[in-house]
Design a protein around this ligand. Structure first.
Ligand code: AVI
Length: 326
């Protein structure tokens, strides 16, 4: 019996078109407007104007997180240094103007300080100023996105790497991103640990006030996302045709910020047109709130061993010492 034979033709490479998703602000904004999920990353808030508005938010009477965390750091800096140990190699994620680390430096006395931030120019200035204030402290600024791969200088012999991530920025990540970030940090900080600031679940009225301030600075910060699209992408969003909506979603334990269309309107982003209904809501930010236990569980899941926790008297905010694996 003849065995069946397959007809074989010479093999030829056939180009396969794999669609590469477009990246960047314009592409993300188009995707968010088209749906099905009308949400965009809060990272787009932070151009120069957005960073200026955020600095103003930090000083607002209703916005308790910044001053409360600063209070905790000042009150317990020496206890924190006892726990962490002196002479570490200190890495700050999203250091900005390096302002909160100043509360720790005299107690922690790190051998080296590596502030990481996306905004290189601003960081260089802040680092130079810090070096002037702390002669003897080696400051090596690292420009980059700390949620992606950053290349740090090689570790220092005998100086455990300690991370500092204040401000509860961890709350602006999705739960999956938070876990991914903490896993990356646990690896990077092997043998050392992470000092992490996390905002706590509290009376919704206090939360509501913090994200709906009387001077409308938070509203301007939220609307700056569209103003930025006008500046950078040549869009023509009418800012008066949107309102700032911010509320506490108790089931998800988070503040949500949205930009809501006041009317039916047509908008355009890079040649693509979108018809927005009245009430159309673009989800611009989540700010997740934690309990001390929920944060410790998350850290444990990422591979840390949760250590000491410091809070203020009203338990508005928490600072956690998380030991990284050896
Ligand atoms: C940067 N981040 C921790 C702030 C927060 O509270 O979630 C951003 C912010 N959004 C509105 N106000 C402040």
């Amino acid at each position: 019996m003849m065995s069946p034979r397959l007809a074989t033709a010479p093999l030829r490479a056939v180009p396969v078109e794999v669609p590469v998703p477009e990246e960047g602000f314009a592409a993300d904004l188009r995707r968010a407007l088209a749906g099905p999920v009308h949400s965009i990353s809060p990272k787009y808030f932070y151009d120069a104007e957005g960073s200026r508005l955020f600095d103003l938010i930090c000083g607002l009477p209703e916005y308790y997180p910044t001053r409360t965390e600063r209070g905790i750091l000042s009150a317990y800096a020496s206890e924190m240094a006892e726990e962490i140990g002196r002479g570490c190699d200190l890495v700050e994620f999203g250091a900005g103007s390096c302002s909160k680390v100043r509360l720790l430096l005299d107690h922690l006395r790190p051998r080296r300080y590596l502030p990481i931030d996306i905004s290189g120019e601003h960081l260089e200035q802040a680092a130079a100023q810090l070096e002037r204030e702390h002669p003897g402290l080696l400051v090596l600024p690292v420009t980059g996105d700390y949620t992606a791969q950053v290349h740090l200088p090689p570790p220092l012999e005998g100086a455990p790497r300690v991370g500092f991530f204040p401000g509860s920025t961890i709350g602006n990540f999705t739960p999956a991103e938070a876990l991914q970030f903490l896993r990356m940090a646990a690896k990077m900080l092997q043998g050392g640990g992470l000092l992490l600031g996390a905002d706590l679940v509290k009376d919704p009225a206090l939360l509501h006030a913090a994200y709906n301030d009387a001077q409308d600075v938070t509203a301007a910060f939220n609307l700056n996302l569209l103003a930025r699209a006008n500046r950078e992408l040549g869009c023509r969003f009418d800012l008066r045709a949107f309102w700032h909506s911010s509320f506490y979603n108790a089931a998800e334990r988070r503040i949500e910020m949205h930009l809501v269309s006041r009317k039916r309107q047509q908008v355009e982003v890079g040649g693509a047109e979108f018809e927005l209904e009245e009430g159309f809501s673009l989800h611009t930010e989540n700010s997740c709130k934690f309990t001390v236990d929920s944060l410790r569980r998350l850290a444990l899941q990422a591979g840390f061993r949760p250590g000491a926790v410091w809070t203020d008297e009203r338990r508005l905010f928490s600072v956690h010492w998380l030991r990284a694996p050896d």
